[in-house]
Design a protein around this ligand. Structure first.
Ligand code: SF4
Length: 379
């Protein structure tokens, strides 16, 4: 199993909280696309004979700015250079306000079979605060158009714990998302990333983050409401109807191989069962195109992921998915956590943060609230 990720580094307008690499000026698009096709070919010379590809993800940036003809051009490059399974999950991150039904029909006809729609909120003033380009009406229209265009595997992204948000207002957001009957919902707590406009607003005290206790209350309420409506929590921020988990993200969390193309994109490839490499591209379209023009990989940095780091990541990522398979960890890394971490695990279990059964550790709902703290303590 392996995945491909394509980073489309353009947005109509930057959102105040976002630290993903993207620019608003699309004049370099043609130059970028030519470089992207070449990067896809360059990596294929090294990796095309390896694992079959079972997921492709177009992220960004705003990939839904691309017309179907351009999306088709990229997919053709991928299909010509990699062994892509006929049933591969192919996702496009889609922003309301950038698509209409014709464009979505075009994507569908290319084999795109999953949309991840960035709604974030249904409240006009919250959308304005986040500097999103769409209205709540456009968000609803986008989901309806997606159904009519033939998509059934639809995910909706929402953000909670916005400044001044109340539990009631968030619950209304969630209720409106559930009413659209997507197969998958991602609900993220707003993170104040360094060097973003939001970060400056917090520094200047023009905006105050929501108190931690309210953030926790909103998160707990989200878990409850999702369960009530038949969505299974399969990661700290992700909920799906049975069978509709995002395979692409699961591949990331399972340490599967993935190659990523485009500026700022990160890749990971295992060289053996417990050792791998991670590398990431430059965060600049100009530098990216320049390197590729010289037939050089546009890599900004890399690291060896050794056995110890793989083990730490397996604990951290595993806990975020709510479950650790103790037998598998022992097989891969030679560590029996029930022995090495027995005391700590018992105390977490006594505090009703996790359960241990049949060499599986599972987080309770209370445990999900402090998942990262549990991982840190174990590591
Ligand atoms: S649309 Fe997405 S990628 Fe673009 S700035 Fe907003 S959050 Fe970031």
């Amino acid at each position: 199993m392996a995945s491909l990720y394509i980073h489309i580094p353009y947005c109509e307008k930057k959102c105040i909280y976002c630290d993903f690499y993207s620019i608003e000026n699309m004049n370099s698009m043609e130059h970028f696309l030519a470089a992207l096709e070449k990067e896809i070919r360059m990596y294929a010379e090294r990796f095309s004979q390896s694992d079959a590809i079972d997921t492709i993800f177009f992220g960004g940036g705003t990939p839904s700015l691309l017309p179907p003809s351009t999306m088709g051009r990229i997919l053709t490059a991928l299909h010509s250079n990699y062994q892509i399974r006929s049933d591969a999950e192919i996702t496009v991150e889609t922003n309301p306000g950038t698509v209409d039904i014709e464009k979505l029909r075009g994507y569908r006809s290319l084999g795109v079979n999953r949309l991840s729609i960035g709604i974030q909120s249904f409240h006009p003033h919250e959308l304005a605060f986040l500097s999103r380009i769409h209205t709540s009406e456009e968000a609803v229209q986008c989901v309806e158009d997606a159904y009519r265009a033939g998509f059934e595997n639809i995910s909706v992204d929402l953000i909670f714990s916005l400044p001044n948000q109340t539990l009631e207002r968030w619950n209304e957001n969630l209720r409106r998302a559930i009413a659209l009957q997507p197969k998958h919902i991602s609900a993220y707590s707003l993170i104040v990333e360094e060097y973003t406009p939001l970060f400056m607003m917090v520094q200047n005290k023009t905006v105050s983050p929501l108190p931690e206790n309210l953030d926790a209350e909103i998160y707990e309420s989200t878990i409850g409401m999702m369960a009530e409506h038949g969505y299974q929590q399969y990661e700290i921020s992700n909920y799906a109807k049975p069978g509709y988990e995002c395979h692409h993200n699961k591949n990331y969390w399972n340490h599967s191989n993935y190659l990523s193309f485009g500026p700022s994109a990160h890749s990971f490839w295992k060289e053996g069962p417990t050792k791998g490499s991670r590398w990431w591209n430059v965060r600049s379209i100009a530098q990216y195109c320049e390197s590729i023009g010289k037939a050089e990989f546009p890599v900004a940095g890399s690291e060896v992921v050794d056995k110890e780091k793989m083990f730490s990541e397996a604990i951290f990522l595993g806990l975020r998915t709510g479950e650790l398979n103790v037998a598998m960890l022992q097989q891969l890394y030679g560590v029996d956590m029930l022995t090495t971490h027995g005391e700590k695990l018992k105390s977490f279990s006594d505090d009703d943060l996790l359960r241990i059964k049949d060499r599986h550790i599972t987080l309770t709902r209370k445990g999900f609230l402090v998942c990262d703290a549990i991982a840190e303590s174990l590591l």
